[in-house]
Write a protein that binds this ligand. Sequence first.
Ligand code: PEP
Length: 248
Amino acid sequence: MTRPLVVGNWKMHGLSAQLADIEALGVSMTDRPAKADVLICPPFTLIERAARIAGSFVAIGAQNCHHETSGTWTGEISARMLKDSGASAVIVGHSERRQHQGESSERVAAKANAAVAAGLLAIICIGETQAERAGGGALDACAAQLSLSVPKGIAASAFAIGYEPLWAIGSGQVPTAAQITEMHGHIRQCLVARLGASGNAVRIVYGGSVKPANARSILALSDVGGVLVGGASLKPDEFEAIVRAAAP
Ligand code: PEP
Protein backbone atom coordinates (compact mmCIF):
# COMPACT_ATOMS: atom_id res chain seq x y z
CA MET A 1 0.00 0.00 0.00
CA THR A 2 1.24 3.49 -0.81
CA ARG A 3 1.79 5.89 2.04
CA PRO A 4 -1.04 8.33 2.71
CA LEU A 5 -0.50 11.85 1.44
CA VAL A 6 -1.40 14.65 3.85
CA VAL A 7 -1.54 18.05 2.20
CA GLY A 8 -1.89 21.39 3.99
CA ASN A 9 -3.26 24.13 1.74
CA TRP A 10 -2.52 27.45 3.41
CA LYS A 11 -4.35 29.45 0.73
CA MET A 12 -3.63 33.19 1.08
CA HIS A 13 -2.37 32.90 4.63
CA GLY A 14 1.12 32.91 6.07
CA LEU A 15 3.90 35.43 6.68
CA SER A 16 7.52 34.87 7.70
CA ALA A 17 6.45 34.24 11.30
CA GLN A 18 4.61 31.06 10.27
CA LEU A 19 7.77 29.47 8.89
CA ALA A 20 8.48 28.38 12.46
CA ASP A 21 5.37 26.18 12.31
CA ILE A 22 6.74 24.34 9.28
CA GLU A 23 10.11 23.90 10.94
CA ALA A 24 8.46 22.55 14.11
CA LEU A 25 6.37 20.07 12.12
CA GLY A 26 9.51 18.89 10.34
CA VAL A 27 11.17 18.22 13.67
CA SER A 28 8.14 16.43 15.10
CA MET A 29 7.88 14.23 12.01
CA THR A 30 11.29 12.69 12.52
CA ASP A 31 9.74 9.92 14.65
CA ARG A 32 7.55 8.61 11.80
CA PRO A 33 9.21 9.48 8.52
CA ALA A 34 8.16 6.50 6.43
CA LYS A 35 4.52 6.38 7.40
CA ALA A 36 3.03 9.34 5.54
CA ASP A 37 3.99 11.86 2.90
CA VAL A 38 3.43 15.29 4.36
CA LEU A 39 3.19 18.29 2.08
CA ILE A 40 2.59 21.91 3.03
CA CYS A 41 1.54 24.34 0.33
CA PRO A 42 2.18 27.84 1.66
CA PRO A 43 1.84 30.99 -0.46
CA PHE A 44 4.45 31.47 -3.19
CA THR A 45 6.32 34.01 -1.06
CA LEU A 46 7.26 31.41 1.56
CA ILE A 47 8.10 28.43 -0.66
CA GLU A 48 11.83 28.91 -0.95
CA ARG A 49 12.38 29.63 2.75
CA ALA A 50 9.96 26.88 3.78
CA ALA A 51 11.79 24.34 1.64
CA ARG A 52 15.08 25.22 3.36
CA ILE A 53 13.79 24.68 6.87
CA ALA A 54 11.15 21.96 6.47
CA GLY A 55 13.61 19.10 6.95
CA SER A 56 13.61 15.77 5.16
CA PHE A 57 10.16 14.60 6.21
CA VAL A 58 7.98 17.53 5.21
CA ALA A 59 7.77 18.51 1.56
CA ILE A 60 6.77 21.91 0.25
CA GLY A 61 4.36 22.51 -2.60
CA ALA A 62 2.51 25.33 -4.29
CA GLN A 63 -1.19 26.08 -4.71
CA ASN A 64 -1.13 26.92 -8.41
CA CYS A 65 1.17 27.30 -11.40
CA HIS A 66 0.96 28.73 -14.88
CA HIS A 67 0.49 26.42 -17.84
CA GLU A 68 3.39 27.87 -19.84
CA THR A 69 7.05 27.40 -19.06
CA SER A 70 7.97 31.08 -19.41
CA GLY A 71 6.91 34.10 -21.39
CA THR A 72 5.05 37.40 -21.35
CA TRP A 73 2.71 36.54 -18.51
CA THR A 74 3.03 39.38 -16.02
CA GLY A 75 2.52 38.25 -12.46
CA GLU A 76 2.44 34.54 -13.21
CA ILE A 77 4.67 31.76 -11.85
CA SER A 78 5.67 28.70 -13.84
CA ALA A 79 6.04 25.16 -12.61
CA ARG A 80 9.76 25.31 -13.38
CA MET A 81 10.08 28.35 -11.11
CA LEU A 82 8.34 26.44 -8.34
CA LYS A 83 10.68 23.51 -8.76
CA ASP A 84 13.62 25.89 -8.76
CA SER A 85 12.35 27.38 -5.49
CA GLY A 86 12.29 24.01 -3.77
CA ALA A 87 8.72 22.87 -4.34
CA SER A 88 8.08 19.22 -5.10
CA ALA A 89 4.35 19.37 -5.84
CA VAL A 90 1.62 21.75 -6.91
CA ILE A 91 -2.15 21.79 -6.45
CA VAL A 92 -3.97 22.48 -9.72
CA GLY A 93 -7.66 23.05 -10.29
CA HIS A 94 -8.60 23.90 -6.72
CA SER A 95 -12.27 24.85 -6.76
CA GLU A 96 -11.49 28.37 -5.57
CA ARG A 97 -9.41 28.89 -8.72
CA ARG A 98 -12.00 27.25 -10.93
CA GLN A 99 -14.67 29.54 -9.40
CA HIS A 100 -12.84 32.84 -8.99
CA GLN A 101 -10.24 32.66 -11.77
CA GLY A 102 -12.49 30.86 -14.24
CA GLU A 103 -10.09 27.98 -14.72
CA SER A 104 -11.53 25.33 -17.02
CA SER A 105 -10.72 21.65 -16.75
CA GLU A 106 -8.75 21.92 -20.02
CA ARG A 107 -6.63 24.67 -18.46
CA VAL A 108 -6.17 22.54 -15.35
CA ALA A 109 -4.88 19.69 -17.55
CA ALA A 110 -2.41 22.08 -19.18
CA LYS A 111 -1.21 23.16 -15.75
CA ALA A 112 -0.86 19.55 -14.66
CA ASN A 113 1.20 18.84 -17.78
CA ALA A 114 3.45 21.80 -17.03
CA ALA A 115 3.84 20.60 -13.45
CA VAL A 116 4.81 17.10 -14.45
CA ALA A 117 7.23 18.37 -17.11
CA ALA A 118 8.92 20.41 -14.38
CA GLY A 119 9.23 17.38 -12.13
CA LEU A 120 6.46 18.28 -9.71
CA LEU A 121 3.73 16.00 -8.42
CA ALA A 122 0.45 17.42 -9.75
CA ILE A 123 -2.44 17.28 -7.28
CA ILE A 124 -5.45 17.64 -9.55
CA CYS A 125 -8.59 18.77 -7.72
CA ILE A 126 -12.13 17.93 -8.68
CA GLY A 127 -15.42 18.09 -6.80
CA GLU A 128 -19.13 18.58 -7.21
CA THR A 129 -21.29 21.52 -6.17
CA GLN A 130 -24.08 21.28 -3.64
CA ALA A 131 -26.63 21.48 -6.47
CA GLU A 132 -24.96 18.62 -8.33
CA ARG A 133 -24.96 16.53 -5.17
CA ALA A 134 -28.59 17.36 -4.39
CA GLY A 135 -29.62 16.59 -7.96
CA GLY A 136 -27.99 13.16 -7.92
CA GLY A 137 -25.30 14.21 -10.41
CA ALA A 138 -22.21 14.19 -8.19
CA LEU A 139 -20.58 11.10 -9.68
CA ASP A 140 -21.11 12.26 -13.26
CA ALA A 141 -19.90 15.78 -12.49
CA CYS A 142 -16.68 14.49 -10.97
CA ALA A 143 -16.11 11.95 -13.73
CA ALA A 144 -16.50 14.69 -16.34
CA GLN A 145 -14.06 16.98 -14.52
CA LEU A 146 -11.62 14.13 -14.08
CA SER A 147 -11.73 13.15 -17.71
CA LEU A 148 -10.86 16.68 -18.88
CA SER A 149 -8.49 17.69 -16.06
CA VAL A 150 -6.17 14.69 -16.15
CA PRO A 151 -3.78 15.14 -19.08
CA LYS A 152 -3.57 12.48 -21.75
CA GLY A 153 -0.59 10.20 -21.41
CA ILE A 154 0.24 11.20 -17.82
CA ALA A 155 2.00 8.56 -15.73
CA ALA A 156 0.16 7.27 -12.67
CA SER A 157 3.13 8.16 -10.45
CA ALA A 158 3.10 11.79 -11.60
CA PHE A 159 -0.18 12.88 -10.08
CA ALA A 160 -2.73 12.54 -7.32
CA ILE A 161 -6.42 13.39 -7.35
CA GLY A 162 -7.91 15.70 -4.72
CA TYR A 163 -11.61 14.99 -4.31
CA GLU A 164 -13.05 18.09 -2.70
CA PRO A 165 -16.82 18.52 -2.74
CA LEU A 166 -17.32 22.28 -2.93
CA TRP A 167 -20.02 22.24 -0.27
CA ALA A 168 -17.63 20.64 2.23
CA ILE A 169 -14.79 23.14 1.83
CA GLY A 170 -14.59 25.44 4.83
CA SER A 171 -18.18 24.66 5.79
CA GLY A 172 -17.79 22.11 8.56
CA GLN A 173 -20.04 19.78 6.53
CA VAL A 174 -18.43 16.48 5.65
CA PRO A 175 -19.89 13.86 3.30
CA THR A 176 -20.95 10.62 4.92
CA ALA A 177 -18.55 7.70 4.90
CA ALA A 178 -20.77 6.08 2.28
CA GLN A 179 -20.63 9.15 0.06
CA ILE A 180 -16.84 9.38 0.28
CA THR A 181 -16.44 5.64 -0.35
CA GLU A 182 -18.78 5.76 -3.33
CA MET A 183 -17.05 8.76 -4.87
CA HIS A 184 -13.50 7.50 -4.32
CA GLY A 185 -14.49 4.13 -5.75
CA HIS A 186 -15.97 5.85 -8.78
CA ILE A 187 -12.85 7.98 -9.27
CA ARG A 188 -10.76 4.81 -9.01
CA GLN A 189 -12.85 3.14 -11.71
CA CYS A 190 -12.42 6.17 -13.97
CA LEU A 191 -8.65 6.14 -13.38
CA VAL A 192 -8.35 2.44 -14.17
CA ALA A 193 -10.50 2.85 -17.28
CA ARG A 194 -8.16 5.62 -18.34
CA LEU A 195 -4.74 4.31 -17.29
CA GLY A 196 -5.23 0.58 -16.97
CA ALA A 197 -4.01 -1.24 -13.87
CA SER A 198 -1.60 1.59 -13.03
CA GLY A 199 -4.69 3.68 -12.20
CA ASN A 200 -4.83 1.68 -8.98
CA ALA A 201 -1.62 3.35 -7.84
CA VAL A 202 -2.89 6.93 -8.06
CA ARG A 203 -3.59 8.40 -4.64
CA ILE A 204 -7.05 9.90 -4.25
CA VAL A 205 -7.03 12.33 -1.36
CA TYR A 206 -10.19 13.64 0.28
CA GLY A 207 -10.54 17.34 1.11
CA GLY A 208 -13.29 19.32 2.80
CA SER A 209 -13.51 20.19 6.51
CA VAL A 210 -10.96 17.57 7.59
CA LYS A 211 -10.22 18.02 11.30
CA PRO A 212 -8.41 15.99 13.95
CA ALA A 213 -11.77 14.58 15.05
CA ASN A 214 -12.68 13.08 11.66
CA ALA A 215 -9.31 12.48 10.00
CA ARG A 216 -8.79 8.94 11.24
CA SER A 217 -12.20 7.69 10.14
CA ILE A 218 -11.91 9.34 6.72
CA LEU A 219 -8.42 7.94 6.19
CA ALA A 220 -9.68 4.45 7.02
CA LEU A 221 -12.15 4.46 4.12
CA SER A 222 -11.43 2.42 1.07
CA ASP A 223 -9.63 4.23 -1.76
CA VAL A 224 -8.85 7.23 0.46
CA GLY A 225 -5.12 7.74 -0.05
CA GLY A 226 -4.75 10.82 2.09
CA VAL A 227 -6.35 14.12 2.98
CA LEU A 228 -6.17 17.68 1.74
CA VAL A 229 -6.56 20.12 4.59
CA GLY A 230 -7.36 23.82 4.40
CA GLY A 231 -8.40 25.59 7.60
CA ALA A 232 -6.96 23.04 10.03
CA SER A 233 -3.56 23.18 8.31
CA LEU A 234 -3.16 26.72 9.65
CA LYS A 235 -3.37 25.48 13.22
CA PRO A 236 -0.12 23.63 13.94
CA ASP A 237 -1.57 21.40 16.66
CA GLU A 238 -4.53 20.40 14.52
CA PHE A 239 -2.44 19.72 11.43
CA GLU A 240 0.01 17.63 13.41
CA ALA A 241 -2.87 15.63 14.87
CA ILE A 242 -4.15 14.97 11.34
CA VAL A 243 -0.69 13.88 10.23
CA ARG A 244 -0.50 11.55 13.20
CA ALA A 245 -3.90 10.11 12.30
CA ALA A 246 -2.44 9.28 8.89
CA ALA A 247 0.75 7.88 10.35
CA PRO A 248 -0.25 6.16 13.59
C1 PEP B 1 -9.45 23.29 0.82
O1 PEP B 1 -9.70 24.45 0.59
O2 PEP B 1 -8.75 22.64 0.01
C2 PEP B 1 -10.00 22.67 2.02
C3 PEP B 1 -10.07 21.37 2.07
O3 PEP B 1 -10.41 23.52 3.00
P1 PEP B 1 -11.02 23.11 4.44
O4 PEP B 1 -10.17 22.02 5.00
O5 PEP B 1 -10.92 24.37 5.25
O6 PEP B 1 -12.40 22.67 4.20
